[in-house]
Write a protein that binds this ligand. Structure first.
Ligand code: SF4
Length: 321
């Protein structure tokens, strides 16, 4: 990992129009730097906006407000040419390999699809597909098979090969291992790590599963109701968790040692995540936070550096600062 910024989000907001003239605020004013060569974990409960943020950062969604900067240059996603050029640099690996692979296409055709879209000559496509299959561990003789003839892990390998076909530099892994069995999860994580090292990739690794994210991420960002609430290196976040929401999330991660697991105190977060259509005033977590005070219900905290490289959005941490 370097200090060089590859992807920068500047005040990114993503809203969706819903019925009755209302707006769903999926992502709210996110500022984030993703460094070249790093794996940035992005965690939070489902519906917290992490997938929407991931899709905005790799160009599927156009931000409602704010700027996306790639390698020092703004990306104009409203411009078709820019969008097409950006698709070569930024790709996504989806959660459910079965749903994201066309059942009527062979593995070879699926992996070659982005190459065709970018006008790669057929002979070169063939060679590249074979090389990609080798890289992701799919035997070449399986390339004429259809998605239903593969296991879940193999299907995800095909999905990864398709995402890497155009040699992107930035890859969003959106719950990429969540649909797989635990034993297969570690194989796919190891594959993603190897590919990252071999091809100098930069990952945004989105997951709701905190036991998965620690081992793959250099830094971890925690999101709640569309906003970033904490960001630190993985070791720092696990050793010195500051935000009440992150503390509750981490307390739910099982410890492999049964004795320690039995002694561990779980912090249960009461209540449901509020609707992103009707967010609470002040801190978005105030309706569920056990430490909420009047100030929390009046004004929203901003993300501030509480320790070197450790950012948190919480009035109480600021006060202790
Ligand atoms: Fe809890 Fe207040 Fe901190 Fe929000 S600002 S997380 S409500 S203590």
């Amino acid at each position: 990992m370097t200090d060089e910024v590859l992807v920068r989000a500047e005040h990114i907001c993503k809203y969706f129009k819903i019925g009755g003239g209302r707006m769903l605020h999926a992502v709210e004013d996110v500022n984030l730097d993703i460094h070249r060569g790093e794996t940035l974990g992005l965690v939070g409960e489902s519906g917290c906006g992490k997938s929407t943020l991931g899709r905005t950062l790799m160009g599927i969604y156009q931000p409602t407000k704010g700027k996306l900067i790639y390698d020092g240059k703004p990306v104009d996603l409203s411009n078709k040419k820019d969008r097409f050029a950006f698709a070569k640099k930024a790709q996504i690996v989806f959660q459910d390999p079965y749903a994201s692979l066309d059942p009527r296409m062979t593995a070879k055709k699926i992996i070659a699809e982005p190459l065709r879209a970018f006008g790669v000559p057929p002979q070169e496509q063939e060679e590249r597909v074979r090389a990609l299959a080798r890289q992701v561990g799919i035997p070449e003789e399986f390339l004429d098979r259809y998605p239903h003839q593969f296991s879940g892990g193999q299907r995800q390998r095909i999905g990864i090969a398709r995402s890497l076909a155009v040699k992107p530099k930035f890859v969003v892994c959106d719950e990429a291992v969540s649909a797989l069995d635990v034993s297969i999860q570690s194989q796919i994580i190891n594959l993603l790590k190897d590919l990252k090292d071999q091809q100098n990739l930069t990952y945004l690794f989105i997951t709701h599963d905190l036991s998965v994210v620690k081992h793959i991420s250099n830094r971890i960002a925690v999101m709640y109701l569309g906003s970033m609430v904490e960001l630190a290196t993985s070791d720092e976040l696990y050793a010195n968790t500051l935000h009440p929401y992150s503390k509750a999330l981490l307390s739910a991660v099982p410890i492999p040692d049964p004795k320690l697991e039995a002694q561990k105190k779980r912090q249960i977060i009461e209540g449901d995540v509020p609707s992103p259509i009707n967010k609470p005033k002040g801190c978005a977590f105030s309706s569920r936070c056990p430490l909420a005070c009047d100030k929390c219900r009046q004004s929203a905290p901003t993300l501030k550096e509480a320790a070197p490289g450790h950012f948190v959005a919480c009035h109480l941490v600021e006060a202790q600062g």
